[in-house]
Design a protein around this ligand. Structure first.
Ligand code: ATP
Ligand code: MG
Ligand code: MG
Ligand code: MG
Length: 561
């Protein structure tokens, strides 16, 4: 079907929406692709839905190509699944929670490891039923603290999530490799500039993990990138602890047992220091669990600052902007009872170290996910060093770059964490039960639309790569009835040749407005039917380069088909 703008529900805006900070947010709203429904919740209008579907189609094709089987699981899920794995607590306020009329607790799924594990437990009983890769393209819910970048960070958003199930570690490694290859194809086809970086596994648990990052100023991730070799890493990724610096006069770590879960006040009282004190080399344990760590050097725990930001009940999340001015250094931590602390990612030295610090803001609460041995070794000196642009690459020595990026995909080798939680076994080849090992793999389908807009838009507006564009050609009828008639005729010819067409056949809209809209909408080829119409001549313009050419209708049709 030729898409006629005279009938299309589309209203373009000249001005940026007042609350928009990122280019994609501004342009997707101005071009009438999406419309804000509530904070972080978006309506996809006809053109936006086309782009979203194009991304989903590419993802689906490549997932099918690696043998993925598409399913659709509910978004409304019993909360108890997430209690079994402890993720209800780990996700904390990020989880949308609700209760049904009988009093049963539900969540809106933020990601689906738990439920997929149960599906496979039901469906697969023997090693012969594995390996299996399942995927869905589905709506996810996360009550993000600051959903402020349009569809880049929604509270309701579309994700492709897939899960692999194998009986052997080699099988898992192969499923991971297949996904990695599929992701490379997907992001290349979509037209992304992207990097693959090693990543921490965060709330997912598990070991091997890589992120696909799309460099963009609007990104909320920072990564280091070597211009000379293929070294790249998310600054969150580095978990190795720096060994003691030879010859440096660092005092030893001090271990303090506190009787109760500490607050700033109890901590300070126990240590006999004022609540505003600055502490170095402090390690606090409660029942053997580390709840606070002081980082030596110039990024010590400043209790006064912690208290300042954590004490008021209304403080929900302490962000880097609030605290250090470096968004990459601090992550809010939301615990089971609301905010329980913040986790400080010490400034990441490439391949050196990340230290975690947690603080507590009310009695009987603390940041529970600081895990000794996973996040750091306690018997080693925790050092904090910063990476600056130009620092030597650990692999080749060239000067490093530090860039912002948008996380568009994430792949994990989960291992047996979820299978252990739900007792997922199949009958092994030897007749004994074999525990299943899993991987999980995500792509932000709706985020990809905005991330592509970030990377490709220019001063005139959106500028889509062909694979995702809402159409291949935007035909502009610039004139009177003669032009409109010819424009519709050209549009039909193109359509017959298999080209996806939008035609601007609106009456009473000036050519100038139509040209501006064509640039804003960002279809890769603009075909103008103007003065030359009487002689059967049209102009073909490349949206990206601005190159134009006058051609006969027949030439134009064969050129763009
Ligand atoms: P981020 O670091 O940006 O918060 P994440 O690491 O929490 O993302 P994952 O749990 O790895 O996200 O989810 C898989 C993918 O889903 C991400 O790589 C990203 O592309 C997408 N995604 C995650 N959160 C959102 C969101 N709030 N809005 C849109 N897409 C999202
Ligand atoms: Mg997140
Ligand atoms: Mg992330
Ligand atoms: Mg992630």
């Amino acid at each position: 079907m030729v898409l006629r703008m005279s009938r299309l529900m589309l209203k373009t805006l000249r001005d940026d929406p007042a609350d928009a900070e990122t280019a994609s947010h501004k342009l997707l709203v101005r071009a009438g692709y999406v419309r804000r429904s509530s904070a972080g919740v978006w309506t996809w209008l006809p053109l936006g839905k086309r782009v979203l579907e194009n991304v989903a189609r590419v993802v689906r094709e490549e997932m099918d190509a690696i043998g993925g089987q598409e399913v659709l699981l509910p978004a409304l899920l019993p909360r108890e699944n997430y209690e079994v794995t402890g993720r209800a607590g780990e996700y904390g306020d990020l989880l949308f929670q609700l209760r049904d009329r009988k009093g049963a607790d539900y969540v809106l799924g933020p990601t689906h490891e738990e439920i997929f594990t149960q599906v496979v437990k039901d469906q697969c009983t023997s090693y012969k039923d594995l390996p299996v890769i399942l995927y869905q393209i589905q709506t996810k819910y996360r009550d993000e603290a600051r959903p402020r970048s349009g569809v880049l960070r929604g509270r309701e958003f579309q994700m492709k999530d897939s899960y692999s199930f194998d009986t052997t570690d080699e099988g898992l490694a192969e499923a991971y490799r297949l996904h990695r290859e599929a992701y490379i194809k997907i992001f290349s086809r979509l037209g992304f500039d992207y990097r693959i970086v090693s990543a921490v596994s965060g709330a997912m648990g598990g070991s091997a993990s890589e992120e696909f990052l799309a460099p963009a100023a609007a990104g909320e991730d920072t990564f280091v990138d070597c211009p000379a070799c293929d070294y790249a890493a998310n600054t969150e990724a580095v978990t190795t602890v720096v060994p003691p610096v030879e010859g440096a006069a660092h005092p030893p770590l001090e271990e303090v047992d506190t009787p109760d879960t500490p607050t700033i006040e109890t901590l300070a009282a126990h240590l006999g220091v004022p609540a505003s004190a600055t502490l170095k080399n402090l390690l606090v344990k409660v029942d053997g669990e580390i709840v606070a760590v002081g980082v030596p050097g110039d990024r010590e725990v400043d209790l006064g600052k912690l208290a300042e930001h954590l004490a008021p009940a209304e403080v929900e999340l302490v962000t880097a902007e609030d605290f250090t001015g470096r968004p990459d250094l601090v992550r809010g931590y939301v615990g089971p009872q609301g905010l329980t602390g913040v986790r400080y990612l010490a400034d990441p030295r490439v391949a050196l170290g990340t230290a975690w610090v947690t603080g507590a803001n009310k009695p009987d609460t603390h940041a529970r996910n600081v895990v000794c041995g996973r996040d750091f070794e306690v018997d080693e000196y925790l050092d904090v060093v910063t990476v600056e642009p130009g620092d030597p690459c650990p692999r080749c020595g060239a000067g490093l770059k530090l860039d912002r990026a948008i996380e568009i995909g994430h792949i994990f080798q989960l291992g047996r964490k979820y299978a252990d939680a739900f007792g997922l076994d199949v009958l092994g080849q030897n007749g004994k039960p074999a525990r299943v090992t899993m991987g999980s793999y995500g792509i932000g389908v709706s985020r990809a639309v905005a991330a592509l807009a970030e990377q490709t838009a220019d001063g005139q507006g959106l500028c889509w790569p062909r694979e995702v564009a809402p159409a291949d050609v935007h035909v502009v009828a610039a004139g009177k009835a003669l032009q409109t008639e010819l424009a519709l005729e050209v549009a039909e010819k193109l359509h017959a040749a298999g080209v996806r067409v939008i035609v601007d056949d609106r009456a009473g809209v000036s050519p100038g407005v139509k040209f501006t809209d064509a640039e804003l909408l960002g279809v890769p080829t603009i075909l103008v039917v103007g003065r030359g119409a009487a002689d059967g001549v049209v102009e073909v313009k490349d949206r990206r380069t601005g190159e134009r050419e006058e051609l006969s209708v027949a030439e134009a049709v064969s050129r763009v088909s």
